[in-house]
Design a protein around this ligand. Structure first.
Ligand code: NDP
Length: 279
């Protein structure tokens, strides 16, 4: 097996483990793809050297997790449309000898949302204004969402995302400071949690939202991967809402990344099964 030009992977900081490795390698194996996916723990001070190393070894691409998503841009040769708009890259692809930065976070989310509802012409309430929220908001805006309300504790971060959407897309965006229990307005069609609230190990964390304002007609989505069934999704399901969990987002991202790197479209079910096994 020739690994030299068939290496993909992830540059992440030391963490408790990266479930993406098992998931992507399961897809490579299932489809007989002669590629590997390696998790490399890269400290921020070593990022430039890590990208140079990948170049030297002809890696066909790699994912970047926090905090490398913004810093990596200066070491790349170009950016895809949405990555340029967001100013963040989570997937680097070798194209004609050049490293191009893409952002598959929002695209992965959009794909799982669209299996339940099209955001086109809809009003979305988005909780959070961090990296995941930014990626999701830009893709929703590019998909002709009518209005996006950003709800965030940190005003500066929230307003900066609203400015980005209003200045660079046709979507109307507005900011709502999150300083009390959030009441979902009656004109909202889709509610998305893009904060880290609900992520293991703090399984008791509750989102500061009035559960009574969740109407059955709402579609409620969460970005949290572990556990996939968050308290928000449980509440929404008990109200009769359609729900979208964070597993689809992470799996669809991996399908897209593998397509960029290998040209092959892999079976998402193989990855879902492996992910549930390792989580
Ligand atoms: P960031 O640190 O960039 O942003 C975190 C966001 O959560 C901010 O808006 C922050 O608000 C908000 N937040 C955190 N704690 C609270 C709280 N107690 N109350 C209100 N708001 C809070 O993180 P990311 O955007 O990168 O990641 C967010 C989540 O998305 C993580 O759990 C991550 O695992 C998940 N994720 C899932 C993906 C998937 O494929 N399913 C892909 C990428 C991320 P403030 O600005 O006010 O501090």
């Amino acid at each position: 097996m020739n690994f030299l030009s068939k290496i993909t992977g992830s540059f992440s900081t030391p963490s408790a483990g990266n479930p993406t490795v098992a998931m992507v390698e399961a897809a490579y194996k299932h489809h007989g793809l002669d590629f590997r996916y390696l998790n490399c723990e890269v400290l921020p001070k070593d990022l430039a050297a890590a990208v140079m190393g990948a170049r030297a070894m002809n890696w066909v691409g790699f994912n970047c997790s926090l905090p490398h998503k913004v810093e990596v841009i200066q070491y790349l040769d170009g950016l895809g449309e949405s990555a340029a708009m967001m100013g963040a890259v989570n997937c680097v692809v070798l194209r004609d000898g050049k490293y191009i930065g893409e952002n598959t976070d929002g695209k992965g989310f959009l794909q799982s949302l669209k299996a339940v509802v099209s955001p086109s012409g809809k009003n979305v309430a988005l909780l959070g204004a961090g990296g995941a929220a930014r990626a999701i908001a830009v893709e929703l805006a590019l998909e002709n969402t009518s209005k996006i309300t950003i709800i965030n504790r940190d005003q500066k971060r929230g307003e900066s995302l609203v400015d980005l959407l209003n200045s660079k897309t046709k979507c109307k965006a507005e900011f709502k400071l999150w300083d009390g229990k959030y009441e979902v307005p009656s004109d909202i069609d889709i509610l998305v949690n893009a904060t880290s609230i609900g992520m293991a190990p703090d399984l008791t964390a509750q989102i500061n939202i009035n559960v009574d304002s969740i109407r059955p007609a709402l579609v409620v989505a969460d970005v949290i991967v572990n556990p996939p069934m968050t308290n928000l999704l449980k509440d929404a399901q008990s109200k009769g809402c359609k729900i979208v969990d964070g597993l689809g987002m992470v799996i669809n991202q991996a399908v897209l990344g593998i397509k960029y790197w290998t040209g092959e479209v892999v079976d998402p079910e193989v990855m879902r099964k492996k992910l549930l096994e390792v989580l």
